[in-house]
Ligand binder design. Structure first.
Ligand code: BT5
Length: 270
């Protein structure tokens, strides 16, 4: 079933939903709307993206009508740049909490932007259920003035199609064995993100809860970043959202971006 009839009846986040049966990327239209001065809280929702984006020019792929693909336009408290990482934390926590509240699945956040769940049969033993792409939108004065948070959540992707998306992709349907109501899930996610964002505006720091929800802290990991690989232990995440990685030399490095995977025991298990 398509999501064209989705309406949020409570709250302000998503009170206006712009639905597209097909679009390039919801992050793209949301950023254009932000540059045109449109207001905070509009949700851009698609049943299919022809140019869905991940970080670093990577692709986000999802079969038509199977998933939740949406972007939220925020105008965070100034300075926008500083609050961007907090808005990202609030969004990740909202996504995670809604999935936990509305389904029996218990996902965790994987630094910096994924929702993951243990799946022993997948490479590395973990499956990627969702990805988030947060982008700061720069205004005409070259000042950051808005932020777009895009979320792709694999809801009813049939197990047979998951391998076409990514080697470690999973979906709620694959985990539960039955389809999940996408509209109810979207409603829950928007409700949770709205609650967290309002708390942020009142000065509540999402970092302590975000930190508790990050998978793999204390574990041996490999981080890919800018064409190189660092091996170490993921010791912590700091209040700005950076990952603290302890190298074998004992030195702790602070990483702002990268792709983490678990370093498993034994040869060729990386
Ligand atoms: C992300 O990037 O995980 C951010 C994905 C954000 C997608 C949403 S959809 C709505 C909004 N509009 C957009 O255009 N984007 C946002 P990254 O960490 O770079 O991961 C990208 C990688 O995930 C790809 O290179 C694939 O390996 C893998 N991948 C692609 N599609 C996937 C899927 N459906 N499920 C799991 N993994 C996937």
């Amino acid at each position: 079933m398509s999501l064209d009839a989705y309406r949020r009846t409570a709250g302000w986040l998503g009170r206006e939903v712009r639905y597209y049966s097909q679009i390039g990327s919801t992050n793209e239209v949301a950023a254009e709307a932000a540059r045109e001065g449109e207001s905070e809280g509009i949700v851009f929702l698609a049943d299919y993206q022809t140019a869905g984006r991940g970080r670093l020019s990577r692709r986000w792929v999802a079969p038509a009508g199977s998933s939740l693909l949406f972007s939220i336009l925020f105008r965070p408290p100034t300075p926008c740049q500083e609050s961007a990482s907090r808005v990202q934390m609030v969004s990740g926590l909202g996504l995670m909490s809604a999935v936990q509240r509305l389904t029996p699945v218990e996902p965790l956040l994987k630094w910096p932007n994924d929702l993951v769940v243990p799946v022993p049969s997948l490479p590395g033993g973990w499956g990627k259920l969702a990805g988030m792409l947060s982008e700061v939108v720069v205004g005409c004065e070259s000042e950051p003035e808005a932020m777009v948070v895009g979320i792709g959540l694999n809801v009813n992707v049939p197990p047979t199609l998951l391998v076409d998306l990514a080697p470690n992709a999973t979906s709620l349907m694959a985990l539960l064995g039955h389809p999940v109501d996408r509209a109810a899930l979207l409603d829950g996610i928007l409700q949770e993100i709205e609650r967290g964002y309002e708390a942020l505006r009142r000065g509540v720091d999402p970092w302590p809860r975000w930190r508790e929800s990050i998978a793999w802290l204390g574990q041996p990991v490999i981080v890919h970043m800018a064409g190189r690989e660092l091996t170490g232990t993921a010791v912590d995440v700091d209040p700005s959202g950076a990952l603290l990685l302890r190298l074998s030399s004992g030195e702790v490095v602070r990483l702002l971006a990268g792709d983490v995977r678990l370093r498993l025991a034994g040869p060729d298990r990386n």
